[in-house]
Design a protein around this ligand. Structure first.
Ligand code: AMP
Ligand code: GLY
Length: 420
């Protein structure tokens, strides 16, 4: 069959890489893809949110399965639009994707179905938000809608919380995504995530993974989309995973169902392990980036039948198999990320890096003739397997050292938490 992967980041390169290994698959397309996906699939120059053009492409090229990577097209209703044309697409409907697309929707669902999460209030008035801030301690101020991972401010005092409210609601830093805000209790603990496939009934968790959100070593600096990830995550004991399944993942899918929304696709819960147990920070309606890179490297199943089963409602028949080795992904970013960064820097050493045995997943890259150059903030995700965390790290970092461009930034302590 022909498969189309929608998106062009590190997660999508990993999805393309994994899908290409399926004996069921003849040809893989990636829209718009990057320089890495071009080496294993055929890139199609259609943006991930150009739904009508993607439908036309799928119809003209006999695409039997479309896998959607990023949240934006999901929230815009790409899966509904494909289904309306009789095309099969993996991912939640627009209604189901509200779980990521609206923080107010997702918090209200959690409250209704008693899914543990931080106490919160939703506001559409600056004044009421500020009055509330005066009555509470440290908070997280969050734009309701999608803000590419930048819509959350952690505020330890009321002054910075009010500034965050002004930025989101008055200065409209995230446009309409900030028409409403969620203000919630500040939680302390270690962050974890759990990803699961679901067909709306069966919820099938992936193995554990953890990412590193902050830009600099020692978990310092601004939040990013993720500077690295590893799998498995030793902190995620089987007991904890069961607890998160029973208290968070299954109630979310069942709760949506009770509200008349079938959630099909990949459900991602971002969690804080507090001293009162795991609490849900957010839901995402798609695979995490960069957690997908180490997870798919360890997944032994053919992933295509799993995607099909999520669409067909037959996931109960499947189990997942995992390589017992450890996988780590070190993200190499452009200097300045997650703030302002330059583009168009020539990348060298890619071939030498792959010779170490690591897989170089591309994120923000593009081809320019024979050259490969940077085209985004997160540029590459160097991913390696090892018998231990140490051996995976040594392979990954030896590959990292072979690569250069003008202005590289990466964390030197990826996997440190996992090695403890
Ligand atoms: P979110 O997009 O809601 O997951 O928030 C992005 C990041 O902000 C999370 O990964 C956490 O690091 C941090 N964060 C969000 N909510 C809270 C909270 N209530 N308490 C502490 N940190 C938080
Ligand atoms: N790595 C976190 C995310 O994909 O949102």
């Amino acid at each position: 069959m022909n498969v189309l992967v929608v998106g062009g980041g590190g997660r999508e390169h990993a999805l393309v890489w994994k899908i290409c290994q399926s004996p069921l698959v003849e040809k893989v397309y990636c829209a718009p893809g990057n320089a890495g996906t071009a080496s294993v699939a055929e890139n199609v120059s259609i943006g991930a949110d150009k739904i009508d053009e993607l439908i036309q492409f799928a119809q003209e090229n006999n695409v039997e399965l479309t896998v959607v990577g990023p949240e934006q097209p999901l929230v815009l209703g790409i899966v509904d639009a494909f289904e309306a044309k009789g095309l099969r697409a993996f991912g939640p409907s627009a209604k189901a994707a509200q779980l990521e697309g609206s923080k107010a929707f997702s918090k209200d669902l959690m409250k209704k179905y008693e899914i543990p999460t931080a106490d919160y209030q939703v506001f559409d008035s600056v004044e009421e938000a500020k009055n509330y801030i005066d009555r509470v301690g440290p908070v997280a101020v969050k734009a309701d809608g999608l803000a590419a991972g930048k819509g959350v401010s952690i505020c330890m005092d009321s002054e910075s919380a009010k500034k965050a409210v002004d930025e989101i609601m008055e200065q409209k830093a995230f446009g309409d995504a900030g028409a409403k805000i969620v203000i919630e209790e500040f939680l302390v603990g270690e962050e974890l995530s759990l990803l699961a496939f679901t067909d709306g009934k069966t919820v099938l968790p992936l193995d554990s993974a953890q990412d590193h959100k902050q830009a600099y070593d020692g978990d310092k600096g601004p939040n990013t989309g993720g500077m690295g990830a590893f799998s498995p995550a030793p902190i995620f004991t089987p007991e904890l995973k069961e607890q998160v399944m029973n208290e968070v993942m299954i109630p979310a899918v069942r709760g949506m169902e009770s509200d008349g929304i079938v959630y099909k696709g990949l459900l991602y819960a971002g969690l804080m392990l507090t001293d009162k147990g795991p609490k849900t920070l957010e839901f995402n309606a798609r695979f995490g980036d960069p957690e997908t890179q180490p997870l798919l490297m360890r997944m032994k199943n053919d992933i295509v039948p799993i995607f099909q089963a999520c669409i067909d409602g037959t996931l109960a028949k499947h189990t997942l198999d995992w390589d017992s080795k450890t996988a780590v992904c070190v993200v190499m970013a452009a200097k300045g990320y997650p703030g302002f960064y330059g583009k168009g820097m020539e990348i060298s050493g890619l071939k030498e890096a792959e010779e170490t045995g690591a897989v170089v997943f591309h994120a923000g890259t593009r081809s320019n003739g024979e050259k490969v150059e940077t085209s985004g903030g997160r540029v590459l995700g160097i991913t390696a397997l090892g018998d231990t965390m140490d051996s995976a790290l040594s392979c990954s970092y030896s590959a990292v050292e072979k690569i250069s461009w003008d202005g590289i930034h990466y964390r030197k302590d990826i996997g440190r938490r996992g090695a403890l």
